[in-house]
Design a protein around this ligand. Structure first.
Ligand code: IMP
Length: 178
């Protein structure tokens, strides 16, 4: 199996681009059916979800909007240390159906933070769609509504996911070779 090198680490293909597109198509079909008539607003969480969002939205046939946000980290003066804030949300999401687009849901901490902060703007409902889902690592109660692919609890790169900033442009998804 062909290995690639990113920085100091080796990776091999885990999921081919064909399989990724099949997973995205399944999610798109479900969303097209379940959210028809609701004019959802998709919120792409940068940087990782940009390729997933682009490919998914091409397969969405219902009326919808898309917006982009980022989770910015800063170190507050609180004892908890790192605080993450949602930035870039300029559309009014009040009483709207919102679909959060994530690259990967791992422990669920990121998604939980986003759901909490979006909740302040009083959307009608919040759905979560992710390209990848690590069920073994996930330990939150929030429902992951749409997952294109379930993956093992390993470190992955490609299709938007990075290692040290690199590898996001890869068409397939790669796993770290131990
Ligand atoms: P969580 O908060 O633990 O669910 O992690 C979510 C975030 O961690 C993702 O949006 C990614 O940025 C990053 N992440 C988690 N697992 C991986 C991985 O296997 N490869 C690259 N980034 C990951």
């Amino acid at each position: 199996m062909k290995e690639i090198q990113i920085r100091d680490k080796k990776f091999r293909v885990l999921i081919s681009s064909d399989k990724i597109q099949e997973g995205i198509s399944r999610v798109a079909e479900k969303i097209n059916m379940e959210l028809k008539g609701q004019q959802p607003i998709f919120i792409c969480v940068l940087n990782g979800a940009f390729i997933f969002a682009a490919d998914l939205l091409k397969k969405i046939t219902i009326e919808c909007e898309i917006s982009f946000v980022k989770l910015a980290s800063y170190y507050g003066t609180t004892s908890s240390g790192q605080v993450k804030t949602l930035i870039g949300l300029d559309e009014n999401v009040k009483n709207r159906t919102v679909v959060i687009l994530e690259d990967i849901v791992d422990t669920g901490l990121t998604v939980e933070t986003i759901v909490k902060q979006l909740g302040i703007f009083e959307p009608a409902k919040i759905k979560i769609a992710t390209l990848l889902f690590k069920p073994e690592a996930y330990h939150k109660n929030i429902k992951v509504d749409y997952a294109a692919l379930e993956v093992p609890n390993d470190f992955l790169v490609g299709f938007g996911l990075d290692y040290d900033g690199f590898g996001r442009n890869l068409e397939d998804i790669y796993v770290l070779v131990p």
